[in-house]
Write a protein of this length. Sequence first.
Length: 278
Amino acid sequence: MHPENNQQDDAGTARILVVEDNSVNRKLSVALVQKWGFIALVACDGREALTILDRERVDLVLMDVQMPVMDGLGATRAIRGQEAESGGHLPIIALTAHAYASDRAKCMDAGMDEVVTKPLDHQVLYETILRLLPEGDEGDSGAVASAASADLMAPAGAATKSHTPQFDRQDAMGRVDGDIQLLEEIAILFLDSCEEWLADLRRGLADSDAAVMERVAHTLKGSAASIGARPLVEAALRVEGIGASLDLAEADAAVRDLESRFEKLAEELRSFLEERAS
């Protein structure tokens, strides 16, 4: 059981189920939900979400779209199918990195109520949650943090003609609702998770497994966006596209570029963490 799911019930507080397979994005979404005064429950895929919904009271779902085992579209269709027999309507917000109108249409056709794109804009997500929650289920309406102070928002290392920062601290602070401690936690989790993701990516490259490369690069892309690492997002997007195309002619160079950008990013993130520790 996820530790977030082992909580005392509070009839006056909305319970929000976060369904997300990406560890970094899951940590961010759960932390924001709790920061705003709601109770967070957690599932890592659609099938696990359905199991939780069978036994727990849930007032709203934040549903990632691309997940293993059962994706967000399939889980939503299953929920709506059950509601057609038993009645009721559970608000479901799709969380997706795909912002095209066709992707939004797929989400709405599956039965989702709204779509919020990644990387998450905390203000948009908060306002969407409040709009869709049943009346009386709001959390702490004053919980959205004000902007952090200028010294915390400043980039970790000013840009120069010879160096472009891999870590945009101002963007990252915006993603975590101005919570510097949460940003530290996300940075640590990101660094730990990336070691495994990069190993998976190398194996996919060695095996010429385009599907693995596409999946791992997609995960890396989403996490990098949440940490304010646009150069790594761009590199991961290139690898994801190569995997999707099944043409691996440029895969080796693209993966080496991604690894190079990650090493620079890791150095900047470690400097940020050392700075915070001191």
